[in-house]
Write a protein of this length. Structure first.
Length: 610
């Protein structure tokens, strides 16, 4: 009998090992020493070497030895020159990509982390005393105690889970429905199988315990201080929430007739039902001494100067709600509209009738996906999304997949050239697109493109949506002397506005368009810094007892996903599309948490304890 070759089996086993190893790469913990990371990556190149050429075989090993001497505190500044010299030699003389890429990797580190190299050599430590932190807490911009509320869910204490979330984030419901969940990106559960479905568990908790039924902490003793908050979006409402709990009186001035900012006017109903958002807003407004003035625009109904004169501090959290237009001919033609403006029209009940229309959408972010899926629900005949590069699709993977399931077509590698409009009606008739080809990657690892030799081509459309970013309405603040640079208010990391005593600002109007959780984090930072500015140092403690941590056996278990309704059912209306986790799914998913707040991490950044 002929023996079967085991080569195929060996390769298959190696592939399985590499798939497992990939999860270890993606779950590198925050706070890891960058030089230790580069040394481990260099060793991967060393292991890949075939050993035929000396530069790769011996040179990489010598560089590894020098890196080890730096990490051990045995090197001098001359060692850096020696590493650079050896790496340049390897990159220029190695026979294949293994040596070239490995050497270039270390050369990149010498410039990217020059301060770290110097600190290791001169002080024998990382520049910031780097210590591994709890990934989910560190990567949450608001530093919500994720293991704490997951443990609460496991104990079926859903009100307690909402209280834990609200200790750092007063929008538990909104974030449960629409957060981009950066907390999941480096979840250590990935070492075993897959990250915890943190957003799904949060959603389960707020479904069992609605936010406005869970009591907020008791406010501190009244201080007599008054703070004006401009904007009732996630940033402004968050600042108001924490300031009122500290004992300050807060008055919010909102341009629209309802609060929520882009959570209300920028996110479609099928993703975030507004009655769910209202639960968060009701809880915030009932938490302390907060008054809100709707339909009040600064510069029109009240001056910014009056707010500065009448209040002890002012927080500007106006967001970025104005959609950008392209600086080109016919950008203001009929049926050409920025994506943010389009979504606000729909949210205000002024949705255009797209029945039978061919819709083109430029852009690949989350706002663009919201606009595309909204166009589906407005009966558009077809929706085509175009981007210049493949990595311009920055929207959440599930949003892109949802749009595809609902019939949206996608094409990349097409540069948007110009808009063609009818000479008589001034209505958009077509867009002109230039095919692109791939060029070199830039310093951030993003692909670049250049024009293809193929001719531009004309693509007919009846409605054009521009998902190319948003900006803030800062003109009235600029006139009042608030420092503005390129449409953004100039504020530092403490949210204090440059050269303006007692004025703070944060969120999208400072950073540019970002996510709801980033705006919430800015509001939180601003509240505590305003409190310090007023001469206080209040702490907000809900006095929640987190359940004890029990060892997890680390048995590989499938991740519970939040499922959606059938595309053919959901795309015909604006009803909420996601299904709820079952009790069994929530218990199993919360039981997968490794409780990194007790096991395996050095520091609990921004959460309980150190």
């Amino acid at each position: 009998m002929r023996k079967l070759s085991k080569k195929g089996n060996m390769n298959e086993r190696i592939d399985i090992t590499l798939r497992k190893f990939h999860s270890r790469m993606t779950s590198y913990p925050p706070g890891m020493c960058p030089l230790a990371l580069y040394k481990s990556l260099l060793q991967i190149s060393m292991n890949q070497s075939c050993g035929k050429c000396v530069p790769c075989r011996d040179g990489l090993a010598e560089v590894d030895y020098l890196l080890k001497s730096i990490l051990n505190g045995d090197a001098t500044m001359d060692t850096l020159g020696e590493i650079e010299k050896k790496c340049r030699m390897i990159a220029e003389t190695a026979d294949c990509a293994v040596g070239v890429v490995g050497a270039n990797l270390i050369l990149d580190s010498l410039s990217e982390f020059a301060d770290e190299y110097e600190s290791h050599i001169t002080k024998r430590r990382c520049i910031e005393n780097v210590t591994q932190t709890i990934p989910c807490i560190t990567l949450c911009p608001a530093h919500v105690d994720v293991p704490g509320y997951v443990a609460m869910i496991k104990e079926e204490d859903y009100s307690g889970a909402v209280r834990v979330i609200r200790n750092r984030n007063p929008f538990p419901t909104a974030c449960a429905f629409v957060c981009e969940h950066p907390c999941e990106r480096k979840c250590r559960r990935s070492l075993v199988d897959a990250s915890i479905n943190i957003r799904g568990l949060k959603k389960y908790a707020v479904e069992q315990a609605p936010a406005d039924t869970v009591p907020t902490p008791e406010p501190n003793v009244k201080t007599g201080k008054r703070i004006a908050v401009i904007g009732a979006g996630p940033s402004g409402m968050t600042a108001a929430y924490y300031l009122c709990l500290m004992g300050h009186e807060v008055e919010i001035f909102e341009e629209h007739e309802k609060g929520g900012g882009m959570l209300r006017y920028g996110i479609p109903e099928y993703r975030l039902p507004k009655e769910k958002l209202d639960r968060d807003i009701n809880a915030i407004l009932n938490s302390g001494d907060i008054r809100i003035h709707y339909n009040t625009k600064i510069g029109r109904d009240i001056s910014f100067k009056k707010l500065r004169d009448d209040y002890d501090a002012v927080y500007i959290g106006i967001g970025a709600q104005i959609g950008n237009r392209m600086p080109m001919e016919n950008a203001d033609a009929k049926n050409v509209i920025p994506a943010a403006d389009f979504l606000q029209l729909v949210a205000n009940g002024n949705a255009p009738d797209l029945t039978g229309k061919k819709v083109v959408l430029i852009g690949g972010g989350n706002v663009a996906m919201d606009a595309a899926r909204t166009a589906v629900r407005l009966n558009a005949e077809s929706i085509h999304v175009f981007t210049r590069k493949r990595d311009d699709y920055t929207a959440l993977k599930e949003e892109i997949e949802g749009a595809m399931q609902e019939g949206v077509s996608f094409r990349s590698m097409l540069s948007f050239l110009n808009i063609e409009a009818d000479n008589e009606t001034n209505e958009v008739k077509a867009v002109w697109l230039q095919p692109q080809i791939i060029a070199e990657y830039d310093q951030y690892g993003m692909m670049t493109t250049e024009h293809s030799s193929n001719y531009p081509y004309r693509f007919k459309c009846d409605y054009l949506i521009l998902g190319v970013g948003q900006r803030s309405d800062v003109s009235d603040f600029d006139k009042e002397g608030v420092p503005v640079n390129r449409g953004r208010i100039m504020a530092d990391e403490t949210c204090m506005v440059k050269d303006m005593e007692g004025v703070f600002s944060g969120g999208d109007c400072v950073t540019g368009p970002s996510t709801a959780i980033n705006a919430i984090a800015a509001g939180q930072v601003a509240a505590f810094n305003i409190d310090e500015y007023l001469g206080y140092h209040h702490k907000i403690d809900d006095k929640i007892a987190i359940p004890p941590a029990y060892p997890n056996p680390c048995i590989p278990t499938g991740r519970s996903e939040v499922e959606e309704k059938d595309p053919f059912d959901r795309k015909g209306n604006f009803n909420y599309v996601e299904l709820s986790m079952t009790y069994e799914e929530a218990m199993r998913e919360s039981g997968r948490c490794l409780r990194c707040d007790h096991y395996g991490c050095g520091v609990m950044e921004g959460g309980r304890g150190e």
